[in-house]
Ligand binder design. Structure first.
Ligand SMILES: [Zn+2]
Length: 426
């Protein structure tokens, strides 16, 4: 079950702004409620002034809550002030839940990343990302990641990290600063897995701003197609699941009209979250109905000496979730070389499987591995160039020689293979 933290009190009942932040959460909650595997939880506390003041100047917090200072929407409405402690409270609740349950959780919030230490602008008043990060550090967690894929620069987040000198404890990536350095959206997308592996592998939790405003039709964004945004979310969630990184994500920006277009993009994000994180006992209907199903799921090798154990356990996990043993393993040449090295090192040899040489004969001496057999599991290794080192994808293809294209995204909880992408393993 994916928990969604939303209390109606976090939506300002009255606001004067171009931003739909005030009305959006209720509409998104309504849309998410219809999805299998989502549960809405309104049972959390608002952030106290003390908690907000850990990440902000105390006087700033006081003035905002007393409506003496203009908020990030450019007004001093008491309805807005009353809602603000609830948005930060929702983000913190989602992060704590994600950490404690080693899963993903969602907070139906926006309006965080432009809020700095003692100022707000751009529809942001308090920085719920940093309020959450600082509170988690206070509770003893060591490293917090912020992956901000909203269209705009997380300038407020950066300001608080600098003011409180948290550079070594809060790892921050903001799309607004990075996207311009890439020539195409595909080039940026291809870099994303590696960014997560390099920057966030060792964080206690990843706070993910899954903004809808990078969309090409957004009046304040205009960069990514709907498909690229789905792939963005698939990469974030499947990589985090593979690396066992808890994720707390929120809505962030989205300004298309009518608002249904924005809701649709947030729904796509939730679907990718469910696809990556939903546990097998929660999948009530069998995943497969069509003929010639092709299923895939991403995993990671964290300890090369136990590469075979990892592959074996991942295959068992795949079987539990899909009902099938995978028959193809996709990995980059670098990962496959690393497996070869580990397999040829006596410490790497474990009883959980038998390696095969290029022609299927048992490997002797230093051998390049082309497959992995253990009981009913019979995996053929195939190359997928762009995967980062350590990540591998298990695939069940009922007709591996049939030439059907492999799906581009993990689809283990999908009901068939209609969504097949365009690349075939070779
Ligand atoms: Zn934005």
């Amino acid at each position: 079950m994916i928990k969604v933290f939303y209390n109606p009190l976090q939506s300002a009942q009255k606001n004067e702004s171009f931003s739909p932040s005030a009305t959006k959460p209720a509409l998104v909650a309504e849309a998410f409620r219809k999805l299998r595997g989502v549960s809405i939880d309104g049972n959390f506390s608002p952030a106290t002034p003390e908690l907000l003041s850990q990440a902000h100047e105390a006087d700033y917090v006081k003035s905002i809550l007393a409506c003496k200072k203009t908020n990030g929407f450019g007004n001093r409405l008491p309805e807005v002030a009353a809602s603000l402690p609830w948005t930060s409270g929702s983000m913190l609740a989602a992060a704590l839940y994600a950490i404690q349950n080693e899963t993903a959780a969602c907070s139906l919030t926006s309006g965080f990343h432009h809020a700095g230490y003692n100022y707000g602008h751009g529809f942001c008043t308090f920085n719920g990302l940093m309020v959450t990060a600082v509170e988690l550090l206070r509770r003893g967690y060591k490293k917090i990641g912020i992956l901000d894929l909203d269209a705009h620069l997380g300038d407020g987040t950066h300001d608080i990290i600098s003011t409180l000198n948290l550079h070594s404890k809060v790892v921050h990536y903001t799309f607004g600063a990075e996207f311009g350095t890439f020539k195409t959206e595909q080039e940026w997308l291809d870099s994303l897995t590696q960014v997560i592996v390099d920057k966030f592998s060792h964080v206690d939790v990843l706070l993910y701003q899954a903004g809808a405003d990078p969309h090409e039709e957004d009046p304040l964004g205009g960069y990514l197609s709907t498909k690229t945004m789905q792939e963005r979310d698939a990469i974030v969630f499947s990589t985090c699941e593979g690396l066992r990184i808890p994720v707390a994500w929120n809505l962030a920006g989205g300004y298309q009209k009518p608002i249904e277009r924005v809701i649709e993009l947030h729904l796509n994000t939730m679907k990718e979250c469910l696809r990556a994180f939903l546990k097998e006992e929660e999948i009530k209907t069998p995943p497969l109905r069509g003929v010639a199903p092709i299923l895939r799921k991403t995993y990671a090798i964290r300890n090369w000496a136990k590469w075979d154990k990892t592959i074996y356990e991942s295959a068992e996990d795949f079987k539990k979730k899909s009902g099938f043993y995978p028959n193809i393993l996709l990995a980059s040449p670098t990962t496959q070389q690393q497996i070869d090295m580990a397999a040829n090192n006596p410490k790497g040899k474990a009883p959980s499987g038998k390696i095969q040489g290029p022609e299927g004969e048992p490997a002797e001496g230093f051998a390049s591995i082309s497959g992995f057999v253990a009981g009913d599991l019979n995996l053929e290794f195939c190359i997928k160039e762009e995967l980062p080192k350590g990540l591998f994808i298990l695939v069940y293809d009922s007709d591996p020689d049939g030439g059907l294209p492999l799906p581009e995204e993990d689809n283990l909880v999908e009901e068939g293979a209609e969504e097949a992408g365009k690349r075939k393993a070779s």
